[in-house]
Design a binder for this molecule. Structure first.
Ligand code: MD6
Ligand code: FE
Length: 199
C-alpha cells in the first residue's frame, strides 16, 4: 500500500470462529457504544476495547484509559487469540516482536463512516498498528502525511489484515460510509480490530 503499510488478504480467515467467540465475550462485558468527539459530535461508529488500556473520546479529548468509562471497570483482557494473530501479522509484514497492549474495536452499521484522521494518541510510533477487518466489506481510505493528500481506496473484506508502521505510521486514513449488506457470520455490520502499542 505504501512504504511500511502491507495488506494481508484473508490473513484472519482461518481464525474467524475463535475471533467471533472472543468478540462476544468482550462485548458482553464492555458493550459497543457511540462516543462523543471533543468537538461534540456523536461518532457513527460504535466502539469498545480490550487490553490493558482502551482508546476513548469525550468532550475533554482523546486518550487511552485503563478503565471503561461505561462500567467504571478495567477493559476486558486481550484474548490470547487476538494477541497471537496480531503478532503473527506484524511479523509477516516485517515488524517482529509486536506486543500490543490495546485493541480498539469498531463496529460499523450501514451508513457509518470514519473521517480522515491520524492515529497519534499512542506513546510509541515505532510499533506498527495491526488492523483486522471482519464482516461486511468497507472502502478504506488511505492518504498521506498531509490531510490534503488524495486518499487511495482499498476494499477491505472479511479476514483482511492491514499492518501499518514505519514511514506510513502517521498517514491520514478513514472509512467511507458502509454499504448495506448481510454477512454470513457477522450479520449487517463490519467490525474492525485495531491493535496498538499505546503505552
Ligand atoms: C477501520 N481503522 O478500519 C478504522 N487506523 O475501521 C483505522 O482507523 C486504522 O485500520 C490505523 C491503522 C489501521 C486502521
Ligand atoms: Fe485509525
Amino acid at each position: 500500500m505504501a512504504d511500511g503499510a502491507v495488506l494481508l488478504r484473508g490473513f484472519a480467515r482461518a481464525d474467524e470462529q475463535v475471533l467471533l467467540a472472543a468478540l462476544r465475550e468482550i462485548t458482553a462485558a464492555a458493550p459497543f457504544r457511540h462516543m462523543v468527539t471533543p468537538g461534540g459530535y456523536q461518532m457513527s461508529v460504535a466502539i469498545t476495547n480490550c487490553g490493558d488500556v482502551g482508546w476513548v473520546t469525550d468532550r475533554s479529548g482523546y486518550r487511552y484509559d485503563a478503565v471503561d468509562p461505561g462500567s467504571g471497570k478495567p477493559w476486558p483482557a486481550m484474548p490470547s487469540a487476538f494477541r497471537a494473530l496480531a503478532a503473527r501479522a506484524a511479523a509477516e509484514a516485517g515488524f517482529p516482536a509486536f506486543a500490543p497492549d490495546a485493541c480498539l474495536i469498531n463496529r460499523y452499521e450501514p451508513g457509518a463512516r470514519l473521517s480522515l484522521h491520524q492515529d497519534r494518541d499512542e506513546r510509541d510510533f515505532a510499533s506498527p498498528i495491526v488492523s483486522v477487518s471482519l464482516g461486511l466489506p468497507a472502502i478504506f481510505l488511505f492518504g498521506g502525511l498531509k490531510r490534503s493528500d488524495k486518499p487511495q481506496r482499498y476494499r477491505l473484506e472479511h479476514g483482511d489484515v492491514v499492518v501499518w508502521g514505519g514511514p506510513s505510521r502517521l498517514f491520514f486514513h478513514g472509512v467511507a460510509p458502509l454499504a448495506d449488506g448481510e454477512h454470513a457470520l457477522h450479520g449487517r455490520v463490519r467490525v474492525n480490530l485495531t491493535f496498538r502499542r499505546a503505552r
